[in-house]
Design a protein around this ligand. Structure first.
Ligand code: GLP
Length: 236
């Protein structure tokens, strides 16, 4: 794992946006794995700004999102489909037919494989080390499946996205698994702010897979870059 520290999330997000845009210019039909949560919002804003200015062509890009809540209607404002549409897809010339989310009845890992696999995967990280919705206890060989969210994740997401009301947060989700994520050719994990100090310090220590800290699986992948800011650095 390579670690790159930035002064703040603004600089970090712009760096990743420029990496993605350069990759699209090299490979216009690139397959991207994208994440939701608060972390990638400035990244998506930078990509939207680039499109407004430079018209980078997204019409042949395919996007596979990491996860989706179970039980929210498709047009619920907190569904990840709506999140991605609002923050990114609606701002680009992306072809919505090329955008994908895990769904019941679809073999998502097969779908990704048939499309040639994910070239670049963007990840955030939960305060407990989850990636996608692979909570502690997720196994290294896990593929896309239904997962239970931990009380910690439900509370964090309630505070960030559901006005603090845990009763409105779905308790289950469909998520790409750890094995699904590790199949991506290149991975960027983004972590900003004090709440991610524990996650960054654990990632720095990770040498092997630890089932209690799912992101440790990234230590087994040959091309992972951890992008973090000064606030996420700690002396832990
Ligand atoms: C959520 C998402 C993850 C995300 C993580 C961190 O529950 N399922 O994909 O990376 O938690 O969220 P945030 O970026 O808001 O800190």
């Amino acid at each position: 794992m390579k670690f790159i520290k930035f002064k703040n999330e603004k600089d970090a997000s712009l760096f990743v946006a420029n990496e993605l845009i350069a990759s699209i210019k090299t490979n216009p039909s690139i397959k991207l794995g994208l994440a939701t949560g608060s972390t990638p919002i400035p990244l998506y804003q930078d990509i939207a700004n680039d499109y407004a200015k430079n018209k980078t062509d997204w019409s042949h890009v395919s996007i596979f999102n990491l996860d989706e809540y179970i039980g929210l209607s498709e047009n619920h404002e907190q569904s990840y489909k709506v999140f991605m549409y609002n923050h990114l897809f609606s701002k680009l010339n992306v072809n919505l037919k090329n955008t994908h989310f895990p769904e019941h009845g679809i073999n998502y890992d097969e779908l990704i494989k048939k499309n040639g696999g994910i070239d670049i995967q963007i990840l955030g990280i939960g305060t407990n080390g989850h990636i996608g919705f692979n909570e502690p206890g997720s196994t290294l060989d896990s593929l896309t499946r239904v997962v239970d969210l931990t009380p910690e994740t439900i509370q964090v997401n309630a505070n960030k996205f559901f006005n603090g009301d845990i009763t409105n947060v779905p308790k289950t989700a469909l998520s790409m698994g750890i094995a699904s994520i590790l199949k991506a050719k290149k991975i960027y994990l983004l972590a900003f702010g004090k709440s991610k100090q524990y996650a960054i310090s654990e990632l720095k220590k990770a040498k092997a897979f630890n089932i209690n800290f799912p992101a440790s699986a990234l230590a087994l992948h040959p091309d992972v870059t951890i992008i973090y800011d000064e606030e996420a650095e700690s002396d832990l």
